[in-house]
Design a protein around this ligand. Structure first.
Ligand SMILES: [Zn+2]
Length: 146
């Protein structure tokens, strides 16, 4: 999926977790970062040139490992827990969204399974409706009235 779709998912997840824990801003920021973080290996990036796209950074073990490292560094304050939970859940949303595209992903290092779906990544006809639905959900979760 494209970065805006991943970002919308991360904002939605972070807003949901942050609202539940009383820290919506922390949740939105951490969920957003977590949701776009796996694409640090995008084609053209240094990491993408070294390891390829949708490889190590698109594994559940990678997302959980970064979350565990963040938890070790941040401690167990309420802000840290909301941040790490939002980050990890945002990262998992990234894997799920990429897994339903035609290219798909192999989500784990240890099992030779490759998930893929029917959706074309980058297609406005696929991603725009998803983004609109997530924006409506974000509006509802945050209680925004226009
Ligand atoms: Zn990705």
């Amino acid at each position: 999926m494209g970065p805006v779709t991943h970002l919308a998912a991360g904002v939605l997840i972070g807003a949901s977790i942050g609202t539940a824990t009383g820290q919506p801003v922390v949740g939105v920021i951490a969920g957003s970062v977590g949701a776009i973080f796996p694409d640090i290996d995008r084609p053209g990036s240094v990491l993408g040139l070294l390891i390829g796209h949708r490889t190590l950074t698109h594994k559940i073990e990678f997302v959980l490992g970064v979350g565990a490292l963040a938890m070790a560094l941040l401690g167990s304050t309420p802000y840290a827990i909301t941040s790490v939970l939002s980050f990890v859940t945002g990262g998992i949303s990234h894997l799920i969204l990429d897994a339903i595209t035609r290219s798909g992903i192999q989500p784990t290092l240890f099992l030779p399974v490759h998930f893929k779906g029917p959706l074309k990544s980058g297609s406005i006809l696929v991603e725009l409706p998803l983004i609109i639905i997530m924006l409506l959900c974000i509006k509802k979760v945050l209680g925004v009235t226009i």
